[in-house]
Design a protein around this ligand. Structure first.
Ligand SMILES: Cc1cc2nc3c(=O)[nH]c(=O)nc-3n(C[C@H](O)[C@H](O)[C@H](O)COP(=O)(O)OP(=O)(O)OC[C@H]3O[C@@H](n4cnc5c(N)ncnc54)[C@H](O)[C@@H]3O)c2cc1C
Length: 544
């Protein structure tokens, strides 16, 4: 805070955006939730939105990021400790998210998918939590996703699921069986490669009751998790393992943290470099099938990346719109200046699409077990949606920052933290090009099913300008690909087609029309919609 002075009277400054119901004030979220089968959850979602939208929760987010975690490698006598200490605010955020079961509500106690609309209902909560603080959502995401891999080992899953399903948050550094609740992380990336995990050099050899693993991981986030899914080279090839922090005999397992990454953003979350010195682990899935086993988990982490990025865009939009409604320039509210209105309305359009896209994708996950076409949608669209939504976020947050002028560039506002956080979801869990290659491979592998998904999207978006041409462009770039060079063109068009289709089924028709016509355009504020449509979008985004 600055020194009090004679010019302290505050004029023309916007009040803080806090103590809001993050659900009730967000019509696009409401519509997307209802269109995807979770309307019955509205009251509970509103209670969640009120709780997470309080000034106290935003303050926890600030504190957790301004007081990043510290590694304690050794004690005073040089004995290994290998623990990471977090600020109490981080623990409170974790307790809130675990209490709401953001880490487990899409599973049953038997490690099978929970009934619809579990994915949509969870995603709506995750989207709101991401508006407050995203760093702590890393272990939340990894824990829920890890169950997909664990499910391949029913005996192991049966032991761990009761601890994973708990609403308690138990951060004690104790053996997992002595805790009320546990969290899981993952370690795949090594120095020589994160994308190309086949190049992993970490070795696993059979040992008593399991395997002994020796090697390193270049990134392993949330190191105080109780166990980690790791990839290592076993005698039968690259294999997935679960490595607990404590050995079955109760001694501390040999995970030695070298340092914590000094990251651009995502500061509340610790990301470690770690060595394994004959660390104990259980095999998960068959030897040599590590990539296949872990891929089931990766689909879910990719989905969460897209949901969290949509949430980041939403909170950036809310901050920008709130500020513009309270700030005047040239005797007019900023929100009523025509160019600013065009920018804000275009941003609202972008968030409408991102929200509709991720919620519709969650619907596909909800229905995948019983509907082959929805399963194909989930497979094809997860990398496309992750690619598009996560890639749009950094530029979007920057534009929101500019709406706040100089205040947006100052750390007291939320925008610098959002800006630092914005790129990470595009980078981890499969970076942009990797997502595009994934979509291309899906077309090559399941050509008919992939074409069927494009046809069904075109049907959902029927009658809108550009739909037919866009669907054709997707097929040309991806199904009839002449090489990898044009893949981004096809994946971008696929994401826009899916966004238009999702909007067409859950928002007023004019919104899908504008989205289909105005995208792709990198520049926000160029959608060229009339004043009436802009007013509709802005009122839906945040009631005045
Ligand atoms: C904050 C943070 C936390 C993380 N936490 C974890 C964690 O908990 N566990 C974990 O295992 N990892 C973690 N990671 C690592 C992350 O998943 C990797 O950084 C990511 O997978 C990319 O791997 P890489 O860094 O080795 O880059 P590379 O694999 O070297 O890729 C570099 C670039 O090349 C592109 N590229 C790759 N292959 C191709 C190709 N064939 N054609 C064209 N372009 C290509 C990629 O898209 C990328 O842009 C974390 C990363 C960050 C930033």
């Amino acid at each position: 805070m600055g020194t009090p002075g004679q010019f302290d009277e505050l004029t023309n400054q916007s009040p803080p955006y806090e103590d809001v119901d993050l659900f009730a004030t967000d019509q696009p979220l409401w519509d997307a939730v209802a269109a995807n089968g979770a309307a019955g959850d509205a009251d509970a979602l509103s209670a969640f939105g009120r709780c997470w939208g309080t000034a106290e929760m935003f303050e926890l987010g600030r504190q957790a990021n301004e007081n990043p975690p510290c590694l304690q490698s050794l004690n005073a006598k040089d004995v290994r400790r290998d623990v990471v200490e977090f600020h109490p605010a981080y623990h409170l955020l974790m307790a809130s998210s675990v209490g709401e079961r953001l880490h487990s509500s899409s599973w049953t106690a038997a490690a099978t998918p929970a009934a619809a609309p579990a994915q949509v209902a969870r995603a709506a909560r995750f989207y709101m939590a991401a508006q407050v603080e995203t760093g702590h959502l890393c272990p939340i995401t990894m824990t829920r996703a890890a169950v997909a891999a664990l499910a391949t080992e029913p005996a192991l899953a049966a032991k761990l699921m009761p601890k994973i399903m708990s609403r308690d948050y138990d951060p004690r550094f104790e053996p997992w069986w002595e805790k009320t609740a546990i969290m899981l992380g993952m370690g795949m990336t090594e120095k020589q490669g994160g994308t190309d995990v086949r190049a992993n050099t970490t070795r696993a050899v059979p040992a008593q009751e399991g395997y002994a693993i020796t090697g390193h991981k270049w990134f392993m986030s949330a190191p105080m998790c109780d166990g980690f899914l790791v990839l290592a080279q076993a005698p039968g090839g690259l294999t997935c393992f679960l490595m607990p922090r404590f050995r079955p005999d109760g001694s501390v397992n040999a995970l030695h943290f070298q340092r914590l990454k000094n990251k651009l953003g995502n500061r509340s979350n610790a990301s470690s470099e770690v060595e394994f010195a004959e660390a104990f682990a259980w095999c998960v899935g068959e030897e040599g099938r590590g990539i296949r086993t872990i891929l089931q988990m990766v689909q879910l982490t990719r989905l969460d990346c897209a949901i969290a990025s949509a949430g980041l865009m939403r909170i950036a939009l809310a901050q920008a719109l709130h500020h513009a409604r309270h700030r005047s320039v040239f005797q007019k509210r900023l929100a009523d200046q025509p160019i600013m209105r065009a920018v804000l309305a275009d941003m609202a359009l972008e968030v409408e699409a991102a929200t509709a896209l991720v919620m519709r994708l969650c619907r596909s996950f909800d229905l995948a077990a019983s509907d082959a076409q929805e399963a194909a949608r989930a497979r094809l669209l997860t990398p496309a949606v992750k690619f598009w939504v996560c890639k749009r976020t950094p530029a979007f947050v920057y534009e929101a920052m500019e709406c706040l002028g100089g205040n947006g560039y100052v750390e007291d506002s939320l925008l610098p933290r959002l800006y630092r956080e914005a790129p990470v979801n595009a980078i981890w869990e499969g970076s942009g090009n990797v997502m595009c290659l994934d979509v291309l491979r899906a077309f090559a592998r399941e050509g008919e099913a992939a074409r069927g998904v494009v046809a069904s999207l075109a049907e959902d978006a029927a009658g809108l300008e550009d739909t037919r041409e866009r669907a054709a462009a997707v097929i040309t770039a991806l199904a009839e690909s002449k090489g990898e060079g044009d893949t981004r063109i096809g994946v971008e068009q696929l994401a826009i087609l899916a966004g238009t289709a999702a909007l067409n089924t859950n928002a007023p028709p004019v919104i899908a029309e504008h989205f289909s016509r105005a995208r792709p355009s990198g520049m926000l504020g160029t959608a060229g919609m009339g004043a009436g449509d802009a007013a509709v979008l802005l009122e839906r985004a945040l009631p005045a």
